[in-house]
Design a binder for this molecule. Structure first.
Ligand code: PMP
Length: 428
């Protein structure tokens, strides 16, 4: 495939945008080469500036669960745009999407809308800290909760107690309140509670991790976190920015029947517009301004275009009783296909999948946490990525990312993809 115009556009972008991109992972740093510039997208396909057609397995990193330019979402945005794009005043639409979201998410009474997953998680921990009157939080290595300061904390050794910042600009003062644990390691979490008695406001976790590739929680892991939180008067925050409205109508709380105290959302809930949200029971949500002391705000929060897109998306999901089954079946079909062709070509690999989140690691050992995720063979991944791109299949340009399956994919698309993987596997 030819990427001449994408290369030119990237060179121009680099002059005026740091690294040529507005979000780092788009820059192909992990895999080398030039990012693809998109001209348009429809259903399961991206069309780039060189007029290549690519089958899309990123789907804007999750939101486009029903495909690109999904008609009801597009129509809702156009209709709203004609009536004004932002007011900074309440609209009925905000209540409508809130009612629907609250009815779909288990264990919550109220929801507040923000503009990104980052804001949702940042606000959720402030709320948890305000509510519990404690400062520390536990996060897991390899989990990503957006780019606010408290979350940009690198993994130390397995049982490290105090995090160190992994971005300049994050102060030591902030980092010291973020305690790190290993994903799927309950003993590690217990040890942190013992070392920090009555100091931990919240555990924040991706209940199915998607930012070190897809890593499912082990049996009982989420239940143990729930129990530890109850024993220690600590809040359990599920970061469902990826999993919310994707793995089930009610996200992972519904899928594994574990209750969180606060749930964070992004991606699907905005139908492809910039939206995040966090939700909880009344006793917690009523701590927020203007009725409570914890401050949180936003000029464009609840923006009419974003709410119209989100509402159209949630309605489509809520009204389709088969959607999550269908997504599961398509993803299982893909998983089996990939397993068959990689095995046939003697490639060492592990596939992790939960619902429509799936990732391929080039290592034969199980991937259960950040350490094991790092064992994947990155050189093989790079070849795999570029090989697939050449065949017209676009997966995330990093071995640490999940593929997001969209309902717009047909079985023909899946067969095409499996065949492409077979061709590429022969070259690995
Ligand atoms: N939490 C999770 C689990 C995420 O995957 C992401 C983004 N990929 C975020 C939070 C941050 O969301 P945003 O990029 O919308 O700020």
């Amino acid at each position: 495939m030819i990427y001449q115009r994408s290369s030119q556009l990237f060179a121009e972008a680099e002059k005026v945008i740091p690294g040529g991109v507005n979000s780092p992972v788009r820059a192909f740093k992990g895999v080398g080469g030039t990012p693809i510039f998109v001209k348009s997208a429809k259903g399961a396909y991206l069309y780039d500036e060189d007029d290549n057609r690519l089958i899309d397995y990123i789907n804007s990193w999750g939101p486009m669960i029903l495909g690109h330019a999904f008609e009801p979402v597009v129509a809702a945005i156009i209709e709203k745009a004609k009536k004004g794009t932002s007011f900074g005043m309440p609209t009925e639409l905000e209540t409508k999407i809130a009612e629907l979201a609250v009815s779909m998410i288990p264990n919550v009474d109220k929801i507040r809308f923000v503009n990104s997953g980052t804001e949702a998680c940042m606000s959720a921990i402030r709320l948890a800290r305000g509510y519990t009157k404690r400062d520390k939080i536990i996060k897991f290595s390899g989990c990503y909760h957006g780019h606010s300061d408290s979350f940009l904390i690198a993994a130390g050794s397995g049982l490290s107690t105090f995090g160190v910042p992994n971005s300049p600009g994050v102060t030591q003062g902030t980092a010291k309140d973020t305690l790190l644990a290993n994903y799927n390691d309950v003993e590690n979490v217990k040890a942190l509670f013992e070392a920090n008695r009555n100091e931990i406001a919240a555990i924040i976790v991706e209940p199915v991790a998607g930012n070190m590739g897809c890593v499912p929680p082990k049996d009982g892991f989420l239940q143990s976190l729930r129990q530890l939180c109850d024993e220690n008067n600590t809040l359990l925050i599920f970061d469902e920015v990826m999993t919310g409205f994707r793995l089930a109508k009610g996200g992972v709380q519904e899928l594994y029947n574990v209750k969180a105290d606060i749930a964070c959302f992004g991606k699907v809930i905005g139908g492809g517009l910039p939206v995040g949200a966090f939700a909880a029971r009344n006793e917690i949500m009523n701590y927020l301004a203007p009725i409570g002391p914890v401050y949180q705000a936003g000029t464009l929060s609840g923006n009419p275009l974003a709410m119209a897109a989100g509402l159209a998306m949630l309605e489509a999901l809520n009204n389709d009783s088969e959607i999550f089954n269908r997504l599961d079946q398509k993803t299982v079909y893909l998983e089996k296909g990939i397993q068959t062709v990689l095995t046939k070509n003697n490639i060492e690999f592990t596939i992790n999948r939960v619902g429509s989140m799936i990732s391929v690691h080039f290592d034969k050992n199980q991937v259960v946490d950040f350490e094991t995720a790092k064992n994947g063979d990155n050189e093989t991944f790079k070849k795999f990525f570029h090989g697939l791109l050449n065949e017209g299949v676009y997966i995330a340009p990093s071995a640490y990312e999940t593929w997001f399956i969209t309902d717009a994919l047909t079985y023909q698309d899946l067969d095409f993809t499996i065949n492409a993987i077979d061709l590429v596997a022969k070259t690995l």
